[in-house]
Ligand binder design. Structure first.
Ligand code: 6GU
Length: 312
């Protein structure tokens, strides 16, 4: 899969591409990523990417034109179903129409080749259009399920918002969705893009090791359906989907006066399995009780939960 990142801080992504799992995934060609500096698509001496908001108010808004040009340079035309900007309702057109107008039939020669399995829309000339995502606090919530969806796409464009926002016409003309990584305000979409890339690319087969991404599909499944490793011990679930993950321990067996729970030391796989499930329920009840409403719980889980509740 390939990510295109449109940002005013291209340097931000250097560290995430040069470290850890993503570095290896890029080196092995499992993931491709390209960063596009928005300022390269400005034409004034000051390389202006932002301007004051119409209607007044705090802060600055990212201008439509540099983003539109950055996208067009990637061969991304306006969405096929985009309606012509409304200018006839007694309001004054605030942007010269030619600034945003696009000829959909003219994709540049260097436009990315269509990929076979992309679910994104066709651009109307037989090429598959990448999925264009605007990162903004106004977006729909990014979840593990959504990471799985993105991991199934072959070509994704992430537009990092900045300042107080992005001219809404970019959203209307080019974006397939707005995505937010949580209920808090960041000063820009770069951190959010890094989060989306990290969570997504680790689901791509081969990136973490040998496992197929399908194994991750068991998040939120009933206990019996949870993928197990060779010993029948449930795989770590990393807090995704149904329940939070269970606690982990490694050597030494005693640290800070605390011993590793006995059950983990004796090789009783059924015992370990039960203990981990109980811990998952415990931690979820404590830190994310909201998740229990939608988690797939077995009768045994319900019983365990009842016992945990009574103990507290
Ligand atoms: Cl994607 N952008 C910004 N600016 N703030 C956010 C966010 C994104 N997600 C949560 N907060």
């Amino acid at each position: 899969m390939r990510f295109e990142i449109v940002t005013i801080f291209p340097g931000f992504f250097t560290s995430i591409f040069e470290n850890g799992i993503l570095r290896r995934a890029l080196a092995e060609g499992l993931v491709e990523a390209a960063v596009h500096d928005l300022r390269a698509f400005t034409h004034d001496r000051h390389r202006t990417v932002d301007d004051r908001p119409f209607g007044g108010g705090e802060g600055m808004v990212l201008k439509a034109q540099p983003i539109a040009e950055a996208l067009e340079s990637l061969g991304i035309a306006q969405k096929a179903n985009t309606v012509a900007p409304a200018v006839s309702q007694g309001t004054t057109s605030v942007v010269p129409k030619d600034q945003l107008k696009e000829d959909r039939a003219l994709a540049p020669a260097e436009s990315p080749a269509p990929k076979e399995s992309d679910s994104s829309a066709s651009d109307g000339i037989g090429c598959l259009r990448p999925t264009v995502i605007l990162l903004s606090a106004q977006g729909r919530p990014f979840t593990q399920a959504f990471a799985r969806h993105i991991a199934s796409l072959s070509h994704v464009v992430l537009i990092c918002g900045r300042y107080e926002g992005v001219d809404e016409r970019i959203n209307e003309l080019y974006c397939d969705m707005e995505l937010s990584i949580g209920d808090y305000v960041l000063s820009g979409g770069e951190l959010a893009a890094a989060v989306v890339i990290d969570a997504t690319m680790r689901l791509i087969p081969g990136v973490l090791g040998n496992e197929a991404s399908g194994e991750f599909e068991s998040f939120g499944s009933a206990d019996a359906e949870i993928a197990t490793d060779v010993d029948g011990v449930p795989r770590s679930q990393h807090g995704a989907g149904g329940l939070l993950d269970y606690p982990h321990y490694t050597r030494p067996a005693e640290f800070g006066g605390l011993k590793v729970p006995e059950v983990l030391l004796n090789g009783d796989h059924l015992g370990i399995r039960r203990w981990r499930r109980e811990q998952q329920l415990k931690k979820t009840l404590k830190n994310r009780p909201d998740l229990l409403e939608n988690a797939a719980l077995s009768k045994e889980d319900e019983k365990l939960l009842e016992v945990i509740r009574q103990k507290n």
